[in-house]
Design a protein around this ligand. Structure first.
Ligand SMILES: Nc1nc2c(ncn2[C@@H]2O[C@H](COP(=O)(O)OP(=O)(O)O)[C@@H](O)[C@H]2O)c(=O)[nH]1
Ligand SMILES: [Mg+2]
Length: 338
């Protein structure tokens, strides 16, 4: 089953369920109008980091994109950046620094160009940059260089478009402290990883002034005789969803990996799942927005009495939030095996 085929599936199902729900007609119409707007959106996610840090593995784990097979660029200027289109989700996969002086200059130039690119509405094309660090490497210097010299200076005013994630958590102490059976770190490795997260956070703050909340995870691997499931992949997805502009969050739902094995192991699964759900539901219902609209139109018709009705409609929208959440939850349940 390819994800491109499932693009729009989530939104179509939501439309169908909202239509059949007991929600007031005006709320239904507004929600369906919101869904139509969401359908037209595209999200552009730029993934970068040193060669070998695990960009391809991460994309494959999150989105089941089979990145070895799709969309390889041919333009020699931008050959190093690969583009994958999964319906409305567009992934840009670019090497970071560490490939030698000449290649690094090229990568920096391509990254800068991509970050400065604007969409047809004049907004930055790239919605979010995911910088992956190799947690098994002792030398993070080139990654900090990438962040402070190439990524952050080209983000514009809003510095919230950057996420930093430390991959290969299982190999951070050369494999020591990783409980292979349960696919999670033992306390000693956990401490080590938490310190690493803290030092990465501090170094980025010191060199750029930007606050990031790095996480550690493992993209896992399929090759070899003992494949390993990802760890903290739901946490990574939560961050990606959360830092994506609100109106675009539903786009991920259509494209996440349908293989339940990918989403099993996290440090606090329940919490991330709920947060993802809340973020996505918020993007569809946008309660305040719906309430205000309805209140306004009723107010225009009936004056102050209409505004009072509008306030009631606002509360009805609160119940719409609940209805949408349960619809979304059942959809997700099928994917994540909740
Ligand atoms: N142990 C371990 N190996 C990983 C992990 N993620 C990626 N790898 C391995 O690291 C190598 C490079 O990964 P790849 O995704 O090709 O990196 P890219 O160059 O950034 O795209 C491959 O052999 C992967 O199997 C991980 O979380 N743990
Ligand atoms: Mg790759």
């Amino acid at each position: 089953m390819t994800n491109a085929k499932n693009n729009q599936e989530f939104i179509s199902k939501m439309e169908h369920d909202i239509e059949l729900s007991a929600l007031p007609e005006a709320v239904k119409r507004k929600l369906i109008a919101n869904l139509l707007l969401l359908k037209a959106k595209k999200v552009n996610l730029l993934i970068t980091g040193a060669t070998g840090c695990g960009k391809s593995s991460t994309i494959n784990a999150l989105f089941d994109a089979d990145v070895s097979k799709v969309g390889v660029g041919v333009d020699p200027e931008t050959m190093d950046i690969e583009k994958y289109e999964l319906g409305n989700l567009i992934l840009w996969d670019s090497p970071g620094l560490g490939d030698g002086k000449e290649a690094d200059n090229r990568h920096a130039k391509n990254l800068t160009k991509k970050l400065l690119e604007r969409d047809s509405e004049g907004n930055p094309l790239i919605d979010l940059v995911l910088v992956i660090l190799d947690g098994s490497s002792r030398d993070m210097g080139t990654s900090f260089e990438l962040i402070s010299n190439v990524i952050v200076p080209n983000l514009g005013e809003d510095k919230s478009r950057i996420l930093v994630a430390i991959n290969q958590a299982d190999m951070a102490m050369k494999g020591r402290g990783w409980n292979r059976e349960d696919n999670r770190p033992e306390p000693e490795l956990e401490r080590f990883l938490n310190e690493k997260v803290e030092s990465v956070r501090r170094r980025i703050k010191e060199s750029t002034g930007v606050d990031v909340e790095p996480i550690y995870y493992s993209a896992g691997y399929k090759d070899g005789d003992k494949p390993q499931r990802p760890y903290n992949l739901t946490k990574l997805l939560y961050q990606i969803v959360h830092y994506t502009p609100k109106q675009k969050r539903t786009i991920y739902v259509n494209n996440i990996n349908r293989d339940r094995e990918m989403w099993k192991d996290d440090d606090d699964l329940k919490d991330y799942r709920n947060s993802i759900l809340d973020d996505i539901v918020e993007s569809i219902s946008d309660c305040a927005d719906v309430g205000a609209d309805i209140g306004e139109s009723l107010g225009g018709l009936f004056g102050s009495a209409g505004r009072a009705v509008g306030r009631v409609a606002g509360r009805v929208v609160g119940s719409a939030f609940g209805a949408i959440k349960s619809i979304a939850k059942s959809f997700f349940g099928g994917i994540f095996g909740w």
